[in-house]
Design a binder for this molecule. Structure first.
Ligand SMILES: [Mg+2]
Length: 195
């Protein structure tokens, strides 16, 4: 039996997958699930990941437009960048370009605050004064963004493909683990997008 024929594991139920962040159906999320807060991963979700010193922090224009339109149409009113990154200047640049309300990252040496722990998401929900079901997550890594969002009980979860940065060996290995799991949920997602 191929992996695609297997039953969807519980941790993937309800997870939607999209090629890019700009493909996430914010209107549907807002109207169907009452999403008003978006929590969004940074590296490889809204900016391409680059090795140290090569990262510019420049958000692609279509991504900037996507969030601007979503806010203008009232599909969300709180945007938080939730990242394991410690590159503060890059994070602040992204927050500014996306006009996010705030960012959430682990304090130095606090391993238990990193995704997939739900600490950062919990901090965001408290600051934005929003219930988990009215917040939704967009991220590119299954064992980080997606599991953290599931663990925190968020309303909708979008798993996007990496934005095309240059990944290290560990990340490439991770992608090989992720690919068959992504294929498992593509059918479900197509039904949502078809609405
Ligand atoms: Mg990422």
């Amino acid at each position: 039996m191929s992996l695609a024929e297997r039953r969807l594991p519980a941790y993937l139920e309800g997870v939607e997958c999209y090629p890019k962040v700009v493909d996430v159906p914010l209107k549907i999320w807002h109207e169907e699930s009452g999403t008003r807060c978006l929590l969004v991963d940074m590296d490889d979700t809204v900016i391409p990941y680059r090795p140290k010193d090569q990262q510019t922090g420049e958000v692609p224009e279509d991504v900037v437009q996507f969030f601007a339109e979503g806010r203008a149409r009232g599909w969300y009113d709180r945007l938080g960048i939730v990242t394991n990154s410690h590159k503060l200047n890059i994070i602040k640049s992204v927050v500014s370009q996306l006009k996010a309300e705030d960012f959430f990252r682990p304090r130095p040496l606090r391993f238990g605050e990193r995704k997939p722990f739900k600490t950062l998401i919990g901090r965001a929900l408290a600051e934005f004064d929003v219930e988990p079901q009215n917040a939704s997550m967009i991220g590119d890594k299954l064992p980080m963004d997606i599991l953290a969002a599931r663990w925190a009980g968020l309303g909708r979860i979008a798993w996007v493909e990496p934005l095309g940065g240059s990944e290290n060996g560990a990340s490439r290995l991770l992608r090989r683990f992720e690919q068959p799991r992504r294929e498992l949920i593509e059918t479900t997602t197509m039904a949502i997008r078809g609405k």
